[in-house]
Design a protein. Structure first.
Length: 156
């Protein structure tokens, strides 16, 4: 089992333990998307890991921690990767501090991003975006860090 498979399986198991259904995998076509905001259109490092994640689960959500999916429905419809990044690109939501960052999720206090300049998966303060709380080489490591923060031990 790969690290991302372990992280997603653990998160899904935690969801089940607290009474939420499993989030199904994304089964659509491979996504290629131009995020704008000073992000080069081709992000192979990002998509390699994010596609692997999506093939396991079309997003994740539990205890105020969200990782965005692509086609999520129902209560998770507000947690779509493309929709959230589109909102950051245009109009009232545009914030230049998000230039170069792909928003991939959030918690009550943090925003989760992929930094296209450093190629790191990060947890940053939602208000002071430049404040990096945690930085990892892989998406799996970032998901694992959030599992530890929500104290999954109590659910098992």
């Amino acid at each position: 089992m790969t690290d991302i498979e372990k992280a997603v399986t653990t998160f899904q198991t935690y969801r089940a333990a607290i009474g939420y259904p499993k989030i199904p995998p994304y089964e659509g076509e491979v996504i290629e998307y131009d995020f704008g905001r000073k992000i080069e259109s081709n992000q192979p490092d990002f998509w390699k890991q994010y596609h692997e994640f999506l093939r396991l689960s079309d997003g994740l959500a539990a205890d105020g921690v969200y990782f965005y999916g692509i086609a999520c429905e129902g209560k998770l419809v507000g947690n779509r990767l493309i929709d959230n990044n589109d909102a950051l690109r245009d109009g009232d939501m545009y914030d230049e501090s998000m230039d170069g960052l792909i928003a991939i999720g959030s918690s009550n206090s943090d925003i989760f991003v992929y930094d296209t300049n450093t190629h790191k998966w990060e947890s940053r303060d939602r208000i002071a975006i430049y404040d990096i709380n945690e930085s990892y080489d892989t998406l799996a490591e970032l998901i694992d860090s959030q599992l530890q923060r929500i104290n999954i031990g109590d659910a098992f």
